[in-house]
Ligand binder design. Structure first.
Ligand code: NDP
Length: 282
């Protein structure tokens, strides 16, 4: 296979490549499948984003990933967007198709793919904590996968309402906002509860959602978008309550699997990538 160079355009990522979970898992997939590809980690400032995108195009890269803070800003430098990226107006994966750079979003797709290992989202009732980039990606893909309703629980009303309006206007699901100003009770009958906030993310490893744990009922699916650490307080609490838990590693790994498929057409082994991430995080 021809040499290809992919890169992650990150805003302020000082972590050496060997300790970067994304770089490690992508390179592990390339090695495992004997693909002569490289995944590089490049730190790009906001002001240099346009030049970086043009540089990637000029150098013939098959594509690249974008992290915060470039996920929205990169759009104006691209030639088009995939369906869900168009709806959510956020891109994490750029794919070269002919002479065009097309923006896709694999975060939410990766999450839904992980979710399908424990439950079919179709017609399910969802409670979603958060309304930032991850919440936007996850909720749009869940809506496109046919969930019945999404209750967005967010501290800041304006951001929460923005996501609710987007879901109601641009997807088939029904969404409503709950402003999160006191301990939240997950309504009876909720099938899936998701944390898409930054609460519990390293180094805030003891961070707990302001949530009445007793409202997590046995059999409910409880998912956390956080992958570092994979076993967050929410995941532990949910398991103690008899819920079906889903950690953030599945989302991280699957968004990478889908991105590599976009770039190369190859279906890579998710288990190999998960093992590589687990080794870094441990
Ligand atoms: P954003 O900064 O865009 O959004 C953060 C969200 O968390 C907002 O809704 C914010 O609420 C909420 N929040 C933060 N602190 C608190 C608090 N103390 N109390 C209540 N709400 C709070 O972040 P992202 O959406 O980009 O990322 C969210 C998480 O998703 C991160 O932990 C990230 O690691 C994870 N993620 C995981 C991926 C994976 O592959 N597993 C992929 C992408 C992201 P408010 O609006 O009120 O500020």
């Amino acid at each position: 296979m021809a040499k290809n160079f992919l890169s992650q355009l990150v805003g302020s990522f000082a972590m050496p490549a060997a300790e970067n979970p994304t770089v490690t898992m992508m390179e592990a997939a390339f090695r495992h499948h004997d693909m002569d590809w490289r995944y590089l980690n490049c730190e790009v400032s906001r002001g240099d984003l346009c030049d970086a995108v043009w540089g990637a195009k000029a150098m013939g890269w098959a594509g690249f990933n974008c992290s915060v803070p470039h996920k929205v800003a990169v759009i104006e430098h691209l030639d088009g967007l995939g369906q869900s990226a168009e709806i959510m107006q956020a891109v994490n994966t750029i794919v070269r198709r002919g002479d065009k750079l097309i923006g896709e979003n694999t975060d939410g797709k990766g999450f839904v793919q992980a979710m399908r290992t424990v439950i079919d989202p179709k017609s399910k009732t969802v409670v979603l904590f958060g309304a930032g980039g991850a919440a936007r990606a996850v909720s749009v893909e869940l809506a496109l996968a046919g969930v019945r309703s999404i209750r967005v629980v967010n501290r800041t009303a304006e951001r929460g309402q923005g996501l609710v309006d987007l879901l109601n206007e641009k997807t088939p699901t029904s969404a409503e906002l709950h402003v999160w100003d006191k301990t939240f009770q997950v309504p009876l009958g909720t099938d899936i509860t998701i944390n898409a906030t930054t609460i519990g993310l390293y180094p805030d490893v003891d961070g707990r959602l302001d949530l009445d744990i007793s409202s997590l009922t046995p059999g409910m699916v409880v998912a956390d978008g956080i992958h570092n650490p994979p076993r967050t307080p929410l995941i532990k609490d949910a398991e103690a309550r008899g819920c079906v838990s889903l950690d953030g590693l599945g989302m991280l790994v699957n968004q990478g699997v889908i991105a590599i498929k976009h770039w190369s057409g190859v279906d890579v082994d998710a288990a190999v990538m998960r093992k590589a991430v687990e080794d870094v995080l441990s």
